[in-house]
Design a protein around this ligand. Structure first.
Ligand SMILES: Nc1ncnc2c1ncn2[C@@H]1O[C@H](COP(=O)(O)OP(=O)(O)O)[C@@H](O)[C@H]1O
Ligand SMILES: [Mg+2]
Length: 330
């Protein structure tokens, strides 16, 4: 094996984003590190405002980082020449929450699914048509819809069209930002089933942003838990769900009702103020709401450290019996 085959597909290091706002600099993402291997699905969870979408947009290069780097195959995106950037536009695709906003109402569905091929590849007309037909079948869109406009389609069909458009270039990395949140409950399951199938069949690496833990559990190999733009815990999905190690992860999980009665936990209610991203405390950012916090937690920010073999946790108490400290036992 060559050296490069050991490189992760995506490597994010020290990634930070500060937004300049009228109220002052807002720290949306703070020194986030993670990697993603070929074909792997990483879930990003955390409350609204925890920086999930900003991380997605930084990876997509829709935003410039304030610090840190995003590397694909070891190359820093900030240093890419135009031709390589074009290739990147083909290799890294996105599906947003709102398919109505993502599509142009005046253009046909077929035209919009084909568009990335026209923009980012030099395929012939016939090759483009065959790629479109293939992805339309895979996403189980009816070919009759290709000549229609967005207004003629249901929300579920529109999101399938957005997924088809994202996959038509055969990307290596897909960012899904809450892809089912704006859809009716009745069509969500179908879209999730499709995403699961596509992951299995196409092996495209995925960053899956969602506040729905059930969805994350279904699709993701690993999970990264964010709080105020910081990673508080990261690890393999099964391990994280079975035994969360950070008090915030534990609280999130307790609010997620597992269909398995043996997994039911008592819901942990968080009290206390959430700090403002305009004025983050120097200590642990979760300490103000943490039922297990110690004096030391307010003094110094706990680093993200390896725990067990595959997990990392940013908590001074990660090794303690948090479940009983937090009253999580029923
Ligand atoms: N363009 C922007 N300008 C100023 N603040 C922003 C901007 N985009 C996001 N933010 C702020 O950054 C933080 C993270 O936002 P976001 O990444 O959208 O979180 P999430 O997707 O987890 O809900 C929030 O405090 C949000 O208000
Ligand atoms: Mg978001």
């Amino acid at each position: 094996m060559t050296e490069s085959s050991h490189l992760p597909l995506l490597e994010v290091s020290g990634l930070s984003k500060v937004f300049e706002t009228p109220a002052g600099p807002l720290k949306a993402v703070n020194a986030v590190d993670f990697t993603l291997r070929e074909g792997e699905a990483l879930g990003l969870v955390g409350e609204s405002g925890s920086g999930k979408s900003t991380i997605g947009r930084l990876v997509l290069r829709l935003l410039e980082p304030s610090a840190g780097a995003v590397r694909i195959d070891g190359t820093d995106l900030a240093a890419l020449p135009p031709e390589a950037m074009r290739r990147l536009r083909r290799d890294v695709q996105v599906v947003f929450q709102d398919p109505w906003a993502a599509l142009n109402p005046r253009l046909t569905i077929g035209y919009q699914i084909e568009e990335p091929l026209r923009l980012h590849t030099s395929l012939s007309v016939a090759e483009r048509a065959s790629r479109v037909a293939e992805i339309v079948e895979r996403t189980r869109l009816s070919a009759a819809l290709l000549a229609r406009h967005p207004a003629d389609l249901s929300g579920g069909q529109l999101q399938r069209a957005c997924i088809a458009r994202a996959l038509v270039t055969r990307p290596r990395l897909l960012v899904l930002d809450e892809p089912t949140s704006s859809l009716d409950l009745s069509v969500r399951a179908g879209i999730l089933e499709l995403l699961g199938e596509l992951k299995r069949d196409l092996g495209v690496a995925t960053i899956f942003i969602s506040h729905d833990l059930g969805t994350i559990k279904l699709i993701c190999d690993r999970v990264m838990v964010l709080y105020l733009g910081m990673v508080v815990e990261m690890g393999p999905t099964a391990e994280l769900f079975a035994a969360p190690r950070h008090p915030y992860t534990m609280a999130l999980m307790s609010a997620h009702l597992s269909p398995d009665p043996r997994q039911r936990r008592r819901r942990i209610l968080l009290r206390g103020e959430i700090p403002s991203p305009l004025d983050l405390p120097g200590g642990c950012v979760f300490a103000s709401r943490c039922p297990a916090s110690l004096k030391a937690c307010h003094a110094q920010r706990p680093p993200l450290v390896a725990f067990d073999h595959a997990r990392s946790v940013a908590c001074l108490r990660a090794g303690d019996d948090l479940a009983s400290l937090m009253g999580a036992h029923t």
